[in-house]
Design a protein around this ligand. Structure first.
Ligand SMILES: Nc1nc2c(c(=O)[nH]1)N[C@H]1C(S)=C(S)[C@@H](COP(=O)(O)O)O[C@H]1N2
Ligand SMILES: [Mo]
Length: 320
């Protein structure tokens, strides 16, 4: 087996950001002619083929200012399609097919499922929009209007057995379409996991859209996980399988560098990454400039009231 050195996200990220955002904005405006900052009701149309989206005001803090669409869709981490933030928007749209797409729910369940995504959306009762904070472990953040459905609904469809304690999520594997998989820049397929009670929390979400439009390939089409109180790498993209299991699965970044990336990955300004502080974050598209402004990072990314009870008695420093 090859011995690989994990990429130094943080340094690369801070060194390349200003140029990346500037270029992406220009390219985007030229090709699509869309004013990304507009956040209007007319943008709320089909988030997944045939399904209209509706605001869920319970998950929309009016104080949160959504990040421009072009930043959300052109500043990405999706190592299957390159390690630079600007690459996925380009390389995930060169013939990689995300429609049709089949998802499987299997493992310790009474009713295993294997369904087309659109069938699945119908089964869980359609699409809603929620606006969530998003915080990458590299210390940058966004605010994203996601369209999709609550993860708990999908898990409930499969009826987990009593001994199911965790959910293991797996991304597609297609070395021909994904240059990062061909290169082996990580161990593929990308894997993530949640404790079952975390997965059943009402904030845990499966996104099928952004700003009321179908989710672009680079953001994890046709469906990706969103757990807003955890670091971005938990938000696994382009899921093909959910497996109910008894033991905590080893997630990809933990596999790559266990001392830096753990299983929980709860956003915590008091526990630094071994190589950088997590006390503050750069707001992508914030402060009116392309460099972004900085703000304090909040405990559980601002969702402490909702999720702190999940971690009562857990040492958050050991369980990073
Ligand atoms: N399959 C897969 N999922 C992934 C990643 C990845 O490389 N592959 N990167 C993760 C990381 S580090 C982050 S920050 C988010 C980025 O999501 P975004 O590009 O939609 O902002 O996706 C996460 N999900
Ligand atoms: Mo990330």
């Amino acid at each position: 087996m090859l011995i690989r050195t994990p990429k130094d996200w943080e340094l690369r990220e801070s060194a390349t950001t200003p140029e990346t955002i500037y270029q992406n904005r220009r390219t985007f405006l030229k090709t699509l002619g869309f004013a990304g900052a507009a956040f209007a009701a007319r943008d709320l149309f089909a988030a997944t083929a045939g399904f209209p989206t509706t605001n869920n005001p319970a998950f929309r803090d009016p104080a949160l200012k959504p990040t421009p669409y072009e930043a959300i869709t052109h500043y990405n981490n999706f190592y299957e399609f390159g390690t630079d933030k600007s690459e996925p928007a380009e390389l995930a749209n060169r013939g990689w097919k995300t429609d049709p797409w089949t998802v499987e729910v299997t493992g310790l369940v009474d009713t295993p499922l294997k369904l087309d995504v659109n069938e699945l959306v119908a089964k869980v009762g359609g699409i809603e929009q929620r606006v969530y904070r998003f915080r990458c472990v590299e210390a940058w953040s966004m605010v994203i209007p996601w369209d999709g459905f609550q993860l708990s609904k999908l898990i409930a469809l499969a009826s987990p057995k009593a001994d199911a304690k965790f959910v293991k999520f797996t991304t597609f594997l297609d070395r021909k379409s994904a240059p990062g998989q061909a290169d082996g820049n990580l161990d593929y397929p990308y894997i993530e996991g949640l404790r079952l009670d975390e997965a059943m929390h009402e904030l845990a979400f499966i996104a099928t859209g952004i700003y009321g439009k179908p989710i672009p390939n680079q953001n994890g089409a046709p469906l990706r996980l969103v757990v807003p109180w955890k670091y971005g790498f938990k938000n696994i993209k382009s899921i093909v399988k959910l497996e109910l299991v008894a033991k905590a699965p080893r997630n990809t970044w933990q596999q790559m560098a266990a001392s830096e990336y753990g299983f929980y990955a709860n956003v915590n300004p008091l526990v630094d990454h071994p190589r950088w502080s997590q006390a503050s974050e750069r707001v992508i598209g914030g402060g009116g400039g392309v460099f972004g402004s900085r703000q304090r990072t909040l405990m559980f990314n601002g969702y402490e009231k909702q999720v702190a009870a999940l971690y009562k008695g857990l040492d958050l420093e050991k369980n990073y």
